[in-house]
Structure formats: C-alpha cells, structure tokens
Design a protein around this ligand. Structure first.
Ligand code: PEP
Ligand code: MN
Length: 367
C-alpha cells in the first residue's frame, strides 16, 4: 500500500507517517511527486493490512491510503505514475529521446575500443558499451580484460564525452566497476543473483538490468524491485531475448514485453537485438521493431572487424552497418513520437504545443 499525502502536507506530517510505518515494523519509501509526496509501505503486511491502513489514514496530512495490487511495489506505475528519467553525464534515458548504447561485446584492446568509440559517437550513439568482465558459457573462452578494460572505458569516456556501461558479474566487483563506469549492467545470467542486485542497489550509479533468459516479466520486475528497494531508483530494463523452442535465432526477442513493461512500470526500457538474435543481419530489423513498439532505446554490439572478435563475432555490426542502423532507427523513433503527440506532425495546422497537449504530452511509448 502507499500513503498519498495532501498537497500542502508539512515535513513534520511526512515524518509522522514514516515513523508510524517504522513503528509497525515496515519500511517507508517516499516519492516526491510534482504536487505531493507518496510514501510506500514496504514489507510483509499480512493480516495487519486493514489495521495499518486505517491507522495511517487517520494521521495528519494524509489524504488517502491506497493498495498496490502488484507484487512489485516501488517499481509499479501505481506507486510511481510518472516515467523515470535517468540522467548520466549528457545522456538522458526515458525522457522520450532515443538512447543508443553501442560498442564492442568485449573490450579487446585500447585501439579496438577507441576506434569503435569514435565511430559510434559520430554516428549518433549516446552511450558507449564494452564488456570488461565477460560471463562466458565456456570457462575456456575469453573472459575479458577485467580492470585493464575498465581503464580503457574510462579513457574512452573522457575522449568522447559518452557515458560508459559495462557488466558487473559479482558482488566483489561492484566497487571497482562503479569507480570506472557510469552505468552498471547486470547480465541475463545474473538477473536473479539477489546479493548482487542488493549491492548495486547501494551504489550511486544507474543500473541496467537485463532480462533473465528464462524469466517472466513479473520475475524481472521483482528483480528490479531488489535494486530499487535497496536505495537505487535509477534502473533501466533491457529486453535481450528469452529462450524458447526456436533455435534459428540465438534467443527469441519478446517485443510485446516493451509495451507491457511501459504499462506496468515507470522504468525505461531498452532492447538489445544483438543478443536477442545472435545474427548480424537480424540486428537492424529487430532494432527497428524495438523502436517501433516504443522502446526508449537500443543496445547493439559494434566492432571494427567483427569476424576477428574474441566474443560474439556473428552478431557484432561493422562500423558501417552501425551507421546504416542509425539512419534506419532515427526516423522510426521520430515517427513513433509523432504518433504519440510528442512531436508536431509536419505540415499539420496545429502548433507544437497543441500537438503535445492533444495527447497529454506523453512520451513516445505505447500505453
Ligand atoms: C552483454 O551485453 O555483454 C551480455 C553478455 O549480454 P547478456 O547478459 O544479455 O547475454
Ligand atoms: Mn556479447
């Protein structure tokens, strides 16, 4: 459940509600909206639910006490109706703009990373990706350059101005990865590694949580709930394909998950057609598809010479293919924004503000 404070509620009244929640053995989480404060009550309420709700409803400054019907609470739209907008350096994720995370599967050398970083930046990427610690199916495969790669990523960020994202595989790596990277990635294999989720919930860096390849949307949001309830509200969800009976593609990209998530949660959603398909030629059509169903952005793997890549050679795009992908997805994104009234329709008789007003100013998302 969550408490909706009155518009003019004082700080003392907010504090009063929080201490009552604590006194009942639960944890309060506030969300300061544009007009008022909402306080979620998190914990096992059990049979005391009605009693607790009426106690809270009677406190000064409280307008209503509302149940949250979903098992995920802090990550639900019921509690947090406005979209979560995440700012990292000059990049903004979830504000209706198109986020493009691009870079190699693995950082293999300084030159390989710098060449890729310069090319993806000039083609319009907004965030640089690159694996330093690699979760490989085989223990004999290239495991990543580790801390050496983190240093190259930080250098590439300083050169290009692009924030960098890289995977953290275990709790012992969280501090070092957070020291060098701007966004922490939790890979598909770790989506339900709860101690790792709690640890990244305690750092002041946004986290991109990839969908477990066998996880339902609800399990995925419950995993996000671990991060947010540990203190980090800046979570990005990434659909990277799930395992089905189909073997032609590496995974099956669940495009329906994008609008489903947008209806359930305020968190931004990115699609990763590289890991979803495993095939270079399928990355562009699925990136277009992801943007068309309202994703806040894409993550794609790019390598100066994909055939020589030390990991995921079959799915990485060449620098030219990445430029071509950008040319394809940018107009699709603009078209989707127009559909939702975020951009004026070219040649239409209404002004930009009328066009936005007509749809309630929603973002380029299907809800
Ligand atoms: C990656 O993005 O580098 C990666 C390993 O992806 P996933 O966890 O989705 O397989
Ligand atoms: Mn990869």
């Amino acid at each position: 459940m969550f408490v909706v404070m009155t518009v003019g509620a004082t700080e003392a009244e907010v504090l009063g509600v929080k201490s009552q929640i604590l006194a009942e053995g639960m944890t309060p989480y506030d969300h300061v909206g544009q007009e008022r404060t909402f306080i979620a009550v998190v914990g096992e309420v059990g049979p005391r639910k009605d009693h607790l709700a009426s106690r809270l409803a009677a406190l000064p400054g409280v307008e209503t006490v509302t149940p949250i019907s979903r098992p995920f609470k802090l990550t639900s739209r019921e509690f947090h109706p406005e979209d979560t907008v995440i700012r990292v350096l000059d990049a903004v994720i979830g504000d209706g703009s198109l986020t493009v995370m691009a870079g190699p599967c693995s950082v293999e050398s300084r030159d390989q990373l710098f060449e890729t970083a310069g090319a993806v930046k000039s083609a319009g990427a907004t965030i640089l990706r690159g694996g330093a610690f690699k979760p490989r199916t085989s223990p004999y495969a290239f495991q990543g350059l580790g801390v050496e790669a983190l240093r190259y990523l930080a250098e590439a960020r300083d050169r290009t101005g692009l924030p960098v994202i890289t995977e953290v595989m275990e709790p012992s790596q969280v501090d070092i990865v957070a020291e060098y990277a701007d966004i922490l990635q939790i890979g598909t294999r770790n989506m339900q590694n709860y101690s790792l989720l709690r640890d990244v919930g305690r750092v002041a860096r946004p986290v991109m949580l990839k969908r477990g390849y066998g996880a339902t949307v609800e399990e995925w949001l419950m995993a996000a709930e671990y991060i947010v309830s540990s203190g980090n509200p800046n979570v990005i969800l990434c659909e990277r394909g799930i395992r089905t009976f189909e073997t032609y593609t590496r995974n099956t990209m669940d495009l329906a998950a994008v609008p489903v998530l947008h209806s359930l949660t305020p968190l931004p959603v990115i699609v990763d057609p590289s890991h979803a398909t495993g095939k270079r030629w399928l990355v562009k059509p699925l990136a277009i598809g992801g943007v068309a169903v309202g994703a806040d952005g894409v993550m794609v793997e790019v390598h100066p010479s994909p055939e020589d890549a030390l990991s995921d050679a079959e799915q990485q795009l060449t620098l030219d293919q990445f430029r071509d992908l950008m040319v394809a997805i940018v107009p699709v994104h603009e078209h989707v924004r127009r559909l939702h009234g975020d951009l004026p329709i070219a040649g239409a008789a209404v002004g930009a503000s009328d066009a936005v007003g007509a749809s309630g100013g929603g973002l380029a998302r299907h809800r």
